[in-house]
Design a binder for this molecule. Sequence first.
Ligand code: GLU
Length: 296
Amino acid sequence: MTEVLSNYIGRFAPSPSGPLHAGSLVAALASYLDARAHRGTWLLRIEDIDEMRTVPGAVAVIMQALAAFGMQHDGAVLVQSQRKDLYQAACDRLTAHVYPCGCTRKEIADSRLGIAADGAAIYPGTCRHGIAAGKTARTLRLRVPDAGQADETITFDDRWLGPLTQHLATEVGDFVLKRADGYWAYQLAVVVDDADQGVTHIVRGTDLLESTGRQIYLQRLLGLPTPSYMHVPVVLNESGEKLSKQTGAQALDLAHPLDELLRAARFLGLPIADAQSLADFWRLAIAAWAQRFGAQ
Ligand code: GLU
């Protein structure tokens, strides 16, 4: 195991909906390099909270891929589907901010205030003051502050993108904590787990940037610390879509791990021309990352 010399705790948190692809390797590589450049801890968390998307066997395949790349995680692997009691406990602490919502997707689509940057409908708050007669609760929603209130604006300094601002009322809206299918929302699980694992630095793709405001707001409501954030570019396919199983992403070629790593490093703008072996690659890549992003 790599020697841990600092208080830095980072993590890679894949959803086991399929094997790693070129896009998830970039996220894994960036978080791994940042942790190692800081001589910190790199945790692995399996985000299988959306059990409808979990593919049997995917966890083993992801772990084999990480091993083939020489990316060793520290400590025990945390699995979200085994932690539902903690998400329930966090939700119980948010009672003053949570309300049941009886709106269907169709009703929300018809009444939405707009479309959030991640493509979701901005909920107009229909059920804020109670569910209309004849309707039943489908989801649990978290009420965000109204426009103009001080805590409605979330600002943070992204280590890749610089200072960023999100307005919860106008860009996000009241968001779901517990889904209509009974599963806890990613936003709640990730906040609970990052705090529980003492994560100090989150390095992930810009596809999750729109979630960060919600996560910081939840951290504040729950009295949890806010980690440092870095959102790295995501790999797109020829049609400009984020790589995923749905958009036909190829699994990585584990017979040639060095080629895959060199490609991912190049995508992140790390000049590592002459690595001949995995050991060379890691030595050069960690040094290049440390030089570019500093290792405080
Ligand atoms: N599980 C998420 C994904 O695979 C990542 C969550 C995160 O890094 O916060 O997209």
